[in-house]
Design a protein around this ligand. Sequence first.
Ligand SMILES: [Zn+2]
Length: 182
Amino acid sequence: MSSPEIDLEADALFMGEAMKQALRAYQAGEVPVGAVIVRNGRVVAKAYNQVELLKDATAHAEMLALTMAEEATGDWRLNGCTLYVTKEPCPMCAGAIVHCRLDRVVFAAADAKGGAAGSAMNLLQFPTLNHRCEITSGVRGQECADILRAFFAERRAAKQSGSAPDNAGEQGTASPEDPAVN
Ligand SMILES: [Zn+2]
């Protein structure tokens, strides 16, 4: 077993990889969420939200990363894997994570309204489901929340000037920020 200090460092490092994916989503005009899956200290999958590009509401970063990890490992059972994601998983993704039996989920920004890893609900540790994940929250949370905030602010500004498409499908049901506290 590695020491807790080294684990914290590794968590911050792998979240940095997920952030790079989130920034790619940002550049593509997608809600900026990125995810990586790690097994034995090695990244086996990385993906970013592609709901608009694929015109698929299920194309969240986590879903795409899970499929990639299943392909990379040749097994739908992702025991021994940790998922790093820049925003707390939604109920769909949390359900998929449980089905794939990941050991652990590390997320950055919490989602009070839609988060299914303990904020709005906790599907990752639901007592009657047949698998539960360890959860670590808030790793590089501020940085990842800032990326989301900047994206939504930019999009609102573009909408007000009438130059942005009205994107109906977002990753997550609500902006993580409350306009009242903006
Ligand atoms: Zn999701």
